[in-house]
Design a protein. Structure first.
Length: 262
């Protein structure tokens, strides 16, 4: 499982303050804590608190690169903000993200090719959030078609089925798990799959339990990557154990410790 730490985001008050005050040590501390907890990459999002995302995004990229060479997942709905982050990046990058809208794909696929970045495609369009598996697969096929036409390597494409909060869209959760499995079947080579895990429990009680249970089921459905909070030790222990049960890791009595030392 490719784990992307979600915590360097201007939606969090500590990061919003760090961005506002250009407190690089606070951002770097957050980056290193997530990596120490098991993150393979770091999501970076200036968020709504940023008044100048065109300068804040490259600043975040530069200061994080001072302390790690882990891949950086550049998170913004504005292509120009993404591009400024890509210009500053020396590490491997992921673009988070493009929708299935042609206008967005026409901009972000060439940008990903230019900077040799991986790309997250979310199965949503200007028409709104898909309501069933078939609609998600249709949007995924549109993203794949555009990537193929533009000769973007499919193995560098991540498809996101859009996880909905269980408290408002309980009927969609099972279909989302089925969609993850079917994303693997719509092309050869197969695209990778990714979710924003915390969405499933947004606004619900027992958030940790819901996150852990859904992540286990998603991994069993073939999930490749998740954007999540790696500082949630129970969540990480659950993920490690899930992969052990699926025979992705070798068992030993101290398997949790052994995994973290990898």
């Amino acid at each position: 499982m490719f784990i992307i730490g979600e915590l360097i985001n201007g939606m969090y008050s500590n990061i919003a303050l760090a961005i506002k005050e250009h407190d690089k040590l606070a951002v770097q501390k957050c980056a290193l804590a997530q990596i120490s907890a098991g993150a393979d990459a770091l999501d970076i999002c200036p968020g709504p608190a940023s008044k100048n995302p065109l300068t804040d995004m490259p600043w975040l990229v530069e200061i994080i690169q001072e302390v790690t060479d882990k891949p950086l997942c550049l998170d913004s709905s504005k292509p120009k903000v993404i591009q400024e982050g890509l210009k500053a990046a020396r590490n491997q990058t992921l673009i988070n993200s493009t929708t299935a809208d042609i206008e967005k794909l026409e901009i972000l696929i060439p940008l990903a090719k230019q900077y040799k970045s991986k790309l997250i495609g979310i199965t949503i369009s200007a028409k709104g959030i898909p309501q069933n598996k078939d609609q998600r697969l249709e949007l995924a096929a549109m993203i794949l078609n555009q990537a193929s036409e533009k000769e973007f390597p499919i193995e560098d494409l991540y498809l996101d089925p859009i996880v909905m909060p269980i408290n408002v869209a309980q009927d969609q959760i099972k279909a989302i798990l089925e969609t993850i499995l079917e994303f693997k079947l719509i092309s050869q080579p197969s695209p990778k799959t990714i979710i924003g895990l915390s969405n499933v429990s947004q606004g619900a009680g027992c958030r940790g339990l819901i996150n852990r249970t859904f992540l286990t089921m998603a991994v069993a459905s073939g999930l490749d990557s998740a954007i999540l909070d790696p500082l949630d030790k129970e969540l990480m222990d659950t993920l490690i154990t899930t992969e052990l049960i699926l025979n992705k890791n070798i068992y030993c009595d101290s398997y949790l410790e052994a995994y973290r030392k990898k």
